[in-house]
Design a protein around this ligand. Structure first.
Ligand code: FES
Ligand code: FES
Length: 161
């Protein structure tokens, strides 16, 4: 075990990690930040997406030790300072972008990364960006709609599903 330190959701944290400990495992088991979900552990589902130094990363594809001194944001860090939902989270709620919620943390983190790179994406760009995030419930339609709404675009012409 090695003691590692990083900044998570704006706070400096430290914990023990073996060389083989994945970042997803470290966040969930060592830091108890269980909002980062693990659906596959094989880089398929995107439930574990977090931001590392501003980039969306599947936390199951990275060793915790590789995130030493990094700036990490998880879904727990996405709410506003007063605890209210962020614009993207609120849009998911308003547009029914979730059902069971298992994929939602990863979807929200991917959506946030997309909108920081491309503040007004087209529907096609949203769908392409979400290729690495699987949802077994929603059929994606309302997730895409929520992200377009969060980007400030008019989604009133897009039918609900
Ligand atoms: Fe990381 Fe599925 S748990 S991609
Ligand atoms: Fe259930 Fe996406 S809402 S997996």
């Amino acid at each position: 075990m090695t003691k590692i330190q990083m900044t998570v959701n704006g706070k400096t944290v430290s914990g023990d990690a073996e060389g083989r400990t994945l970042l997803s495992q470290f966040l969930r088991e060592e830091l108890k930040l269980t909002g980062t979900h693990v659906g596959c552990d094989t880089s398929q589902c995107g439930a574990c997406v977090v931001h590392v130094n501003g980039n969306a990363v599947k936390a199951c594809t990275m060793f915790a030790q590789e995130a030493e001194d990094a700036d990490v944001t998880t879904i727990e860090g996405m709410a506003e300072a007063d605890g209210s939902l962020s614009t993207i989270q609120q849009a998911f709620q308003d547009h029914h972008g979730l059902q069971c919620g298992f994929c939602t943390p990863g979807m929200v983190m991917s959506a946030a990364a997309l909108l920081s790179e491309n503040p007004q994406p087209t529907e096609k760009e949203v769908r392409e960006y979400l290729e690495g995030n699987l949802c077994r419930c929603t059929g994606y339609h309302n997730i895409v709609k929520a992200i377009l709404a969060a980007s400030g675009q008019d989604v009133s012409g897009i039918a609900a599903e």
